[in-house]
Design a protein around this ligand. Structure first.
Ligand code: GLN
Length: 188
């Protein structure tokens, strides 16, 4: 298995390190031509959704990526990556708009928006979660499954081939969420 990691901006190196810990190869996706490489799933990392949106647009990558995801490419978006996937964005402009959710940008406020907690994720029990100026999720489509809730806010969802997390699993030693994404790809 090989995972493409969108490497325009943000926390992509940390995702690569987590996959390498799991023995999974990765490719850095930096330009439209890199979509020609073979990979089984794609990560859109945390960072700044406005900057990532602008770069995807300017580098001519937006339409190709939207088509790949619509055609079933498994994708995991973390934090800014969640915002990039969302159809509706409160406090921002939609980018790929492939996932039937509303992302609320900076849902915890800009200053107090960073914290760590431990919460239940899907059926795997408690996992550590680090939030950094994080979004939350509301207004889910019928096909969207809720995987985690923190302080009554939805922080992780799955819609078919798309997984979106408001927190940063790549900053943890715990690799179970990366393994969850690999299982998702295997079952796809
Ligand atoms: N607040 C950022 C945004 O709106 C996301 C922060 C993050 O990815 N850690 O893009």
């Amino acid at each position: 298995m090989r995972i493409g990691v969108l490497a325009l901006q943000g926390a992509f190196v940390e995702h690569i390190s987590r996959f390498s810990f799991l023995g999974v190869e990765t490719s850095e996706i930096r330009k439209a031509a890199d979509f020609g490489e073979q990979f089984d799933g794609l990560v859109i990392p945390g960072g700044e959704s406005t900057t990532m949106t602008k770069l995807l647009h300017d580098l001519g990558m937006l339409g190709i990526l939207r088509d790949l995801i619509s055609d079933g490419l498994p994708v995991m978006g973390t934090c800014a990556g969640l915002i990039v996937l969302a159809k509706r964005v409160e406090g921002g402009v939609p980018c790929l708009a492939t996932m039937n959710i509303t992302a609320v940008r900076n849902a915890y406020g800009r200053q107090l928006g960073s914290f760590e907690t431990i919460a239940s994720f899907a059926d795997m029990g408690d996992v550590p979660m680090t939030f950094i100026r994080a979004p939350s999720i509301c207004d889910l489509g019928d096909d969207v499954e809720i995987l985690a809730v923190v302080n009554r806010r939805i922080v992780a969802v799955r819609e078919k081939n798309q997984l979106a997390l408001a927190f940063h699993p790549e900053l943890e030693m715990d690799v179970r969420i990366h393994a969850f994404f690999l299982d998702m790809i295997a079952g796809n």
